[in-house]
Design a protein around this ligand. Structure first.
Ligand code: HEM
Length: 475
């Protein structure tokens, strides 16, 4: 089992810790940013928003001169402002020993850390591979991958949802999108793991940093060779798109193309895994909504949007403010930072009625993918993957439920998700047959056939009639 370090044990039914009314905004922020105190952050977000929605931070965990934004309208405004950029200097945090190691050399060429004009150029080129049309064929691949992962565990009646399903699924899909050969997938996954551990400044150790540099060297050599191979012999994959990417006579630089491969791999897998984990946790906590989703699978696209709003995998990100931004009662001065707390903005009562209620058909927009110039380039892929993964999961394991005493939360601040999530379901010999539920041990092809037969009969895969009353919202 991969080692995420020590996580935080959580019982299944934990009520939110009340916020001490004596705490001021600085003390609340300290709790929000403390990796050892995760749990339900929303009461803290609500209190900070009520006390000081544009809070000038004194936290040593944030840069100096940083304003913490928790209202939807402010986060949205700053995310869309051309004056707010990702600071190329922030890549320097990865130059930990000042030796300009391999990890830092890769990251400084990633689009997230490029100067605005270069960022926009690289993003335009890469986006061609991420239009909803370009990623449509990956839906079938995700379904196939989800079936294969469930085939491996279905007869056991239990699994760790993160280890056995949510984590391996997206990394395999991105590997395929890039065009990585199956035989290389295992070492790519090892590097991706080590790279991600080294990339979290709050939890990195000398050993994770060393392994991160080894992974960056491995990635660099691997993708340099793969791009050269596509140049010699183009194929129908993202690596070839990157090689061919040219605009106004300027393509991607070689280092930019290599860094893009790594960024796509890294940005796309843990976020998606976290969303799947958070989704299952929140469906368990809301059994009526889970039952409704099982009855009405057509609700799935809207449900995914609501699950993204309810607990976004990226809880916060930083912007450098180049020109003053006027937010009404306060102006963010040029040269300072803004912390965009997506997790808080997505539950702002000014924007959402009853924000802490999970309502799968809410149909409201959210900031889980940010907004503006850095809006998640992989959003269409992520949405498609999550819908496909949950669809296969709920069709094949309709009796999915929590297993054991609780789950384990990861000690990360920017990203939020479970690191272990034990689940169980009725095995074939335990299964009730009176409600038409499909056997959990059905193979991939049997499941596919049953699923498409059920679909053409207008039924969900467990034999219940699908809701035809509302078309799925656009994703
Ligand atoms: C549920 C899954 C995902 C979530 C919640 C998510 C969220 C985000 C967010 C919030 C940002 C903005 C970062 C910032 O504010 O600085 C972002 C950027 C980005 N995401 Fe995603 N993401 C997801 C999946 C993916 C996937 C599948 C890919 C690609 C394979 C991807 C690739 C990227 C890239 C390349 C950027 C940087 C965009 C830029 O610099 O212009 N993401 N994502």
């Amino acid at each position: 089992m991969k080692d995420w370090g020590v996580g935080i044990e959580r019982p299944w039914r934990a009520s939110a810790e009340p916020v001490d009314p004596a705490l001021d905004a600085d003390a609340i922020l300290a709790r929000i940013l403390d990796p050892d105190r995760r749990g339900t952050l929303h009461p803290l977000y609500h209190r900070l928003r009520a006390l000081d929605p544009i809070h000038s931070s004194r936290s040593p965990r944030l840069p100096e001169r940083c304003f913490v934004l928790t209202r939807h309208r402010d986060v949205d405004r700053v995310a869309r402002s051309p004056a707010a950029v990702n600071d190329p200097d922030t890549a320097r945090v990865f130059d930990r020993d000042g030796q300009g190691g391999a990890f830092f050399q890769l990251m400084r060429h990633a689009m997230l850390f490029l100067e605005k004009a270069d960022h926009d150029r690289v993003r335009r080129l890469v986006y061609k591979a991420f239009t909803p049309r370009a990623i449509a064929p990956l839906r079938a691949l995700t379904e196939e991958t989800a079936h294969a992962l469930l085939d491996a565990v279905a007869a056991k009646g239990r699994m760790d949802f993160v280890r056995d399903f949510a984590y391996p699924l997206p990394i395999r899909v991105i590997g395929r999108l890039l065009g990585l050969p199956d035989e290389d997938q295992a070492r790519i996954e090892e590097w991706a793991w080590d790279f991600a551990r080294a990339g979290d400044p709050m939890t990195a150790t000398p050993e994770t940093i060393r392994r991160g540099n080894v992974a960056a060297d491995g990635f660099h050599a691997f993708f340099a060779a793969a791009l050269d191979a596509r140049r010699a012999q183009p194929r129908d994959d993202l690596l070839t798109t990157l090689v061919e990417a040219e605009e106004d006579g300027r393509g991607l630089g070689r280092e930019e193309a290599i860094a893009t491969c790594v960024l796509l791999l890294q940005a796309g897998h843990e976020t998606t895994a976290d969303l799947l984990g958070n989704a299952v946790l929140n469906l368990f906590a809301h059994p009526d909504e889970l039952a409704r989703l099982l009855r009405e699978p057509a609700l799935l696209p809207a449900a995914v949007e609501e699950l993204l709003r309810f607990e976004p995998p990226v809880q916060l990100s930083m912007r450098l403010v180049r020109e003053p931004i006027d937010l009404g009662e306060k102006t963010i001065p040029a040269g300072s930072f803004a912390a965009l707390v997506y997790g808080a903005a997505n539950r702002d009562p000014e924007m959402y009625a009853e924000p802490d209620v999970l309502r799968l058909d809410r149909g409201a927009p959210h900031l889980a993918f940010s907004a503006g110039a850095y809006y998640c380039i992989g959003n269409a892929l992520a949405r498609s993957e999550i819908q496909a993964a949950l669809q296969v999961l709920l069709e094949r394991l309709p009796t999915l439920r929590p297993d054991g005493a609780g789950w384990v939360e990861r000690r990360t601040v920017r990203l939020r998700g479970p690191q272990a999530l034990p689940v169980a379901w009725d095995r074939p010999d335990e299964r009730r047959t009176d409600d038409g539920a499909r056997p959990a041990s059905m193979s991939q092809s049997e499941a596919r056939n049953a699923s498409s037969a059920a679909r053409s009969a207008g039924l969900s895969a467990n034999g219940r009639r699908r809701s035809a009353s509302r078309p799925p919202p656009r994703s």
